[in-house]
Design a protein around this ligand. Structure first.
Ligand code: 5GP
Length: 213
């Protein structure tokens, strides 16, 4: 079943159309921190961060079902083949995929569904849901990005190299996005505010149709 679009800018009454918001950016740019700040900015539970699935091993401190749904490769491929994933892609050598049900449930509750997925996933979702809102987060410089990745100490030397190499490929795709936001050093609140402004602006404009997945 492919995502479809439903005509009309609102769900009836004054409620804004819930948006499918995709946030991409290279590893180490600060996407998780931005999403946390974004969720804290709104008093009503307007945003729902959709937990995605991965075959990557959990890092220290990551919690299954909160950080990701950590699954084995056979389980992942079975979900993908059963059509349970809105998109499924290999990123930095592991599988990652977006559960269709997580997106559907959030939008059904009238919440904006926030997805933190890579450039391949964004392209796949956009091709079947053209009204998805795509936001790319840029680092202030490549040097800052590499410093962050190293300081995090979550990656092996091999993973660090893969992620640095992939960063250049991801940055080259930024023009495919609706908006590009620079996450300036130490200014995560400003970045979250900017993203909130973009979402509010799109809500008010009301030209994006409701995505049905
Ligand atoms: P990490 O391993 O650092 O948590 O994530 C690596 C990359 O995978 C990030 O750039 C993140 O945006 C991307 N990612 C996380 N979940 C998904 C997903 O469900 N689908 C896709 N395509 N990318 C994802």
């Amino acid at each position: 079943m492919n995502p479809q679009q439903e005509a009309g800018g609102t769900r009836g009454g004054d409620a804004p159309t819930p948006l499918l918001v995709i946030i991409s950016g290279p590893s180490g740019v600060g996407k998780d921190t931005i999403i946390t700040a974004l969720q804290e900015r709104r008093h009503r539970p307007a945003y729902h961060y959709v937990v995605t699935c991965t075959t990557r091993a959990p890092r220290a401190g990551e919690i299954d079902g909160i950080s990701y749904s950590f699954v084995g490769v056979p389980e992942f491929l079975a979900m993908r083949d059963a059509g349970e994933l809105l998109e499924a892609n290999e990123v930095h050598g592991n599988w990652y995929g977006t559960p269709r049900a997580g997106v559907r449930d959030a939008l059904g509750r009238g919440q904006h569904a926030i997805l933190k997925i890579d450039v391949q996933g964004a392209e796949e979702v956009k091709s079947c849901a053209p009204d998805a809102l795509l936001i790319f987060v840029l680092p202030p410089s490549m040097e800052t990005l590499v410093e962050h990745l190293k300081a995090r100490r979550t990656e092996s030397a091999e993973q660090l190299e893969i992620r640095q190499r992939n960063a250049a490929l991801e940055l080259a795709r930024k023009d495919d996005y609706d908006y590009v936001v620079v996450n300036e050093e130490g200014r995560v609140d400003v970045t979250a505010e900017r993203i909130e402004q973009i979402i509010t602006q799109e809500e008010l404009r009301g030209t994006r149709r409701r995505v049905i997945v």
